[in-house]
Write a protein that binds this ligand. Sequence first.
Ligand SMILES: [Zn+2]
Ligand SMILES: [Zn+2]
Length: 246
Amino acid sequence: MNIIADTHTHTIASTHAYSTLQEMVHAAAMKKLYAIAITDHGIAMPGAPGKWYFHNMRILPHRLEGVLLLRGVETNLIDYEGTIDLEPDCVNDIDWVIASIHGVCMPEQKPTVELVTNAWLNVAKNRYVRVIGHCGMADYPFDYERVIPEFGRNGKLVEMNEGTFVSRSTSVPNCKKIMELCKKHGVPIIVNSDAHFSTRVGCFKNSLKLLQEIDFPEELVVNSSVARFQQYVKQYTGVFDTLTSL
Ligand SMILES: [Zn+2]
Ligand SMILES: [Zn+2]
């Protein structure tokens, strides 16, 4: 399987990542990716950029070094109602919204399966969210059987996140379970690097191995073909309206 777009990456704007936006796009061009999304952390994360960073992303070209550039954000869930830290002022300036749980942005209340299930069911209904980020986190299990089909019904892509193998390795068994359920229910997924440095752009080795192990169908991986990815972007974003050609 060949992955043609990396739609979860961070720049120095996140302040715990180490390359500029231009360096990340350049890395994508060198790896011959069709597209990259720059998705710095939403404003609730300590050290994250403020809302003006996201608001002003509208000045970025959608094509840079021959790569389709999506203006994105990795929003944080900030409670168990599924509220995200996406500023209403910014929704029209951003093409690609990933919603993720990061413990540091969540209330101190201990997560229970019921609470986390409720949070994700509400995120599934959020019209701005495109990708469900690294949801296999060991500390935040939820009722996968119940929620995964809801992601699919609402046009969300469940993420297979390469960074998980490095920074959240205890989550891998859950990720496998989630991918098996996506396969069972025909829910589309997306494979992303979550690169915090340019050399990690387009690196998906462990994710692809896991998918291979469970014989995951390629046609459910939205970024495994340019045509499939374009179709999704066309259906759910206005990106191509501003480009003269695909
Ligand atoms: Zn994250
Ligand atoms: Zn991330």
